[in-house]
Each structure stands twice: as C-alpha cells, then as structure tokens.
Write a protein that binds this ligand. Structure first.
Ligand SMILES: Cc1cc2nc3c(=O)[nH]c(=O)nc-3n(C[C@H](O)[C@H](O)[C@H](O)COP(=O)(O)OP(=O)(O)OC[C@H]3O[C@@H](n4cnc5c(N)ncnc54)[C@H](O)[C@@H]3O)c2cc1C
Length: 504
C-alpha cells in the first residue's frame, strides 16, 4: 500500500472517530433526569418489602444521578389540600414527608429513605402580578423559566435568582439562592412574604416581621414546612450590553472594587481559566451595563448553539486538549459571536438559560456542582490553595466561576459577611473509587475554605463531617433545635437532616 493511501486511511478513520465523538458528545438525552449510571457494587433497591404488604415502593434520584433512594411514594401536588391529605397519610403510616422541587440539590436534600415525597413541580401557577407595585405572587413549584415568561410581556424581570432558570421558587427559597446581580444580593432580600403549611396542616403567612420562622425557612431545606405561595419583589426589565475582558486572577479583587464603586455593571460574574495552560491564573470577566432602550423587548428564546456548547463541555472531560479547546472557545469564539449579534440582551434573557447544554447521554459519569464562599480579602490566597488541590486531584474542572454575594442574615447563612463565591462544576466517574476521590477533594476544599473564614453551600453532596459543618455554620445546632420546635415529631425529613442532626 502506498504511503499516500495509508495517510488517507488513517485520516479517514480519525475523521470518522471525530464525527462519532461530536455526535455522541452533543446528543440531547430523553429527559433532564436521564440517569445511565450504575454504581458497581451498589445493591439494587428492594421495592416489594415483605414488611409492607401490598405496597410497592418507588425510587427517586436527583440530577447528579448518584442518590437513588427508595421512597414510600411520590405524590404530585396541585393544591394545598393535596398536601394536607399527604400529611394525614404520612401520619397514619408513620412515615416522614420530603419535599421535592426540580431536584437539583445533589445530596438527598429533597428526599429521604421510605419517605412520602411531595412533588411540587405541578403546584406552579402564577397567582398575581402587581405591575404598579412591582411584585409577583407564585405557587412554590413555579420555575424561574415560567416566571420570566409571565413577567417579560409586562416589562418586568426577576430581581434575584440563580444564573439559570430551571429551579423552582420553593427549592430556591429553601437554599436562599443567589445569582448574577451583585447589588441585589440573594433571594431572601426580595421575599415579601410566603405561606407555609406546618406539620399540623395549619397555614401560616410568614414575612420578615415573623423573623424566627422567616429566617429559618429561608435556607431551611424544607425542614420547617411546605412553602406554598411566595410573594416576591420584581424589577424593571432593562437592556444590557455585555462587556467581556480577560484579567489576571490576582487583579480581580481590585477590579471588583472599582466596578462596585462606579456602579458600571448591574450583572457581573467571572470564569476562571480551566485550561491546563493557564489554570486559575487568568479569568474572563463578564459585566452587563444598562443601556438606554425604548423599543420593545425581543421575545425570550433558547440559548444559542446548545449542541455545540454541550459538545465543548463533554469534550473538556477528556482532559488536556479538550480543556484547552473549551477555554479557547470561551475566550475567543464566544465574544466573537456576541459581537456579530446585536449585542443587546434584556435582563430576562440573560437569566433565561435552561442549561440544556449540561444534559448529556454519557454513561456512568456525572457532573457535580460545589460552591465555596470566601471573605473578599481572603480571595487570592484561597484561590491559590484551591488551585493546588484541584491540580493534584484528577478531577476534570468543567467550569469555575466567581460570583459576588452580600451578607445574608437568615439563620443558616452561607454569607455572614460580604463574600466572593467560587462555583465549581466538576466531572466524576460513577465508581466507588471516584466517589471516594470526590469525597476526599471536597473535604480538602472545605477545610481550606473554613481556614480562610469561609463557608460552603449546602445543597450539594454530603461529603463533609459534622465538625466541618459546624465550622462553617456555627448556628447549625440552633437551626436543628428550631426545626424540632416547629416540627417536634420530625414529620419533614431529608437525608441532610438525618445525617447531621440524627447521625443516621
Ligand atoms: C447546574 C446547577 C446550577 C446551579 N446554580 C446555582 C446558582 O447560580 N445559584 C445558587 O444559589 N444555586 C445554584 N444551584 C443550586 C440550586 O439553587 C439548589 O440546588 C436549589 O435548591 C435547586 O432548586 P430545586 O427546585 O431543584 O430544589 P430541590 O433540589 O428540589 O430542593 C431543594 C431543597 O428545597 C426544599 N424544597 C423544595 N420545594 C419546597 C417547598 N415548596 N417547600 C419547602 N421546601 C421545599 C427541598 O426539600 C430541598 O431541601 C445550582 C445547582 C445546579 C445543579
């Protein structure tokens, strides 16, 4: 065979392989909760339990796919009466209740073994929009996506939410979610009131004047009752122009100070480099400045190039070259595409991101979110330590973003002072060894965070000890005691409470 022919055959094989990888990495799964994950050695859950005659249990999982749990039943909620009936059933059967929103917390916060799970996602009506007073009242299973669609036509927008729109309001309130608007702060600051169904079935209207329950249920992980309707402040929808620039990570605190003092940007975050060539040394900063705009707002649509984005994320799991390629795309291709578009984005459209590009069909692996909050003056030494920990681990870092959070005063606050947040999106295999490795790295990251006076976010994997929890959340035992005050029979239960309050 001639040399030319050999080259042709090899190139053809490589091209076919590249096309195969492109298709495999960019395919959308049948649903957001698609879980092609089997942990080797994991025992299958027994759904026909002889001690429960004529009853078949169900299983539930969260978006990480690593927490498959047997539950008594999953009940779709559409009215408060459905919840009351579920409470009676749970009391009759002597089983606990768990409350599930979009199940994007990753450590069993939304369910518990053999509990009766309330699926809140169909309890999702937009109850009222007060255009003049700029407020919205929604049922707690409504997602930000639904809410944005309702507000958009009225020239209004959400004030505080996560950076993506897939979560329910109940789930967001229960973790006190935060997002891109660095001046507004977390969701708690926008809550006017909410109604809460307590363990005895009574409904209580809770506002900041009822400070004990208000501050406990916000960031309360569903342990105090079922959040029903929530009244939130909203704001004007406005047009932004996005500025993107690269800086050295060491310059970030100074840069942020300037931006904060000059009020240049209303929305603001940064991505640390995840390329092995500049890992954590440089970052891309994204700032959204308000522009005068008198036209009508373009309708809300889907994020562009979803399959290509999905491909890039999955490619970056194959380490070195994939990570370099993803970073180059983020640094050069994304701003290039942005410049070619009209360059203006409404406030709603910036946060109208359903992260479909994070869903994939890859087998026996999963992507894990973690978040660490660090006092702003400790940012640089903290990042240096995190960099070393992550480099020593073999975990692919898919994304590392920096956000701004302000002091929050709910009981289980992750921000007892103004902080920067480091949000890590990590990939892991679903094997016992990989689970152990993730646990070890998480423990190291938590230790370094608390050493610098920081905290970590609780909706994620429960890879920490009670001592680590206490170091970051000195009020945890007060929080648990208050839970027992409002729910003495521990009707509302989740894996987090069982592990850290009951030692189960
Ligand atoms: C890809 C990804 C991106 C994320 N980005 C951000 C971000 O930008 N900012 C941020 O702050 N967080 C972020 N998170 C974390 C996220 O905010 C939390 O996991 C949030 O709880 C998800 O809402 P959910 O509807 O999925 O709630 P679930 O996970 O279903 O529930 C979370 C908790 O809320 C409780 N709960 C749910 N509904 C109710 C109710 N009606 N009444 C009482 N309790 C209830 C549950 O019992 C549970 O304890 C992110 C998570 C992922 C996976």
């Amino acid at each position: 065979m001639s040399f030319k022919k050999k080259i042709f055959i090899v190139s053809s094989i490589l091209a076919v392989y590249a096309v195969y990888r492109f298709i495999y990495f960019s395919l959308k799964p049948p649903s957001r909760y698609y879980c092609p994950v089997t942990i080797p050695g994991g025992r299958p859950l027994v759904l026909d339990d002889p001690s429960y005659k004529n009853h078949r249990f169900k299983t539930i999982n969260d978006v990480s796919c690593l927490n498959e749990t047997r539950v008594y039943d999953i009940i779709g909620i559409t009215t408060p009466d459905d919840i009351r009936r579920a409470l009676s059933l749970a009391q009759e059967k002597k089983i606990p209740i768990s409350i599930a929103g979009a199940r994007h917390s990753m450590g069993g916060q939304a369910f518990f073994t053999d509990s009766l799970v309330l699926d809140m996602t169909s309890y999702n009506r937009i109850v009222e929009i007060n255009e003049k007073g700029k407020t919205i009242t929604v049922e707690s299973g409504a997602t930000w996506h639904d809410i944005q669609l309702s507000l958009h036509s009225k020239g209004l927008a959400v004030k505080a939410m996560q950076s993506t729109d897939i979560f329910t309001v109940g789930g967001s309130l229960s973790v006190n979610a935060h997002g891109m608007d660095h001046s507004v702060g977390s969701m708690a600051s926008t809550v006017i009131s909410f109604t809460l169904m307590l363990a005895d079935g009574t409904i209580r209207k809770v506002s900041s004047s009822d400070s004990e329950l208000f501050n406990a249920a916000i960031g309360g992980y569903g342990l105090f009752g079922v959040i029903l309707e929530v009244e939130l402040e909203v704001t004007d929808n406005v047009m932004y122009r996005r500025d993107t620039f690269s800086v050295r990570t060491s310059e970030f605190p100074q840069l942020f100070k300037k931006i904060k003092d000059s009020h240049t940007y209303e929305l603001f975050y940064a991505h640390l480099s995840t390329s092995p060539l500049s890992f954590f040394k440089t970052m891309i900063v994204y700032g959204y400045r308000r522009v005068e705009y008198s036209g009508s707002f373009p309708p809300l649509g889907r994020v562009s190039l979803i399959n290509f984005r999905r491909y890039l994320i999955n490619l970056s799991k194959s380490r070195y070259y994939g990570q370099i390629f993803k970073w180059v795309a983020e640094k050069y291709i994304d701003p290039f595409l942005e410049k070619r578009s009209i360059g203006l984005l409404s406030r709603n459209s910036v946060m109208h991101d359903s992260v479909e590009y994070l869903e994939n069909i890859l087998v026996n692996e999963t992507d894990i979110l973690q978040e660490y909050f660090i006092p702003r003056d400790q940012f640089i030494p903290f990042i240096e330590h995190v960099k070393v920990i992550l480099q020593k681990s073999s975990l692919p870092v898919l994304n590392a973003s920096i956000r701004v959070v302000n002091r929050e005063s709910n009981l289980l606050t992750y921000a007892p002072q103004d902080m920067f947040a480091l949000v890590l999106y990590l990939n892991q295999r679903a094997t016992p060894g990989a689970l152990k490795a993730m646990e070890k790295v998480t423990g190291q990251l938590i230790d370094i965070t608390t050493k610098f006076g920081g905290t970590f976010f609780l909706p994620y994997q429960l890879h920490y000890t009670k001592a680590q929890l206490l170091a970051a959340y000195p009020s945890i035992d007060t929080f648990f005691a208050l839970k027992r005050k409002y729910d003495p029979h521990l009707l509302f239960m989740n894996t987090f409470y069982a592990k850290y309050a009951l030692g189960k």
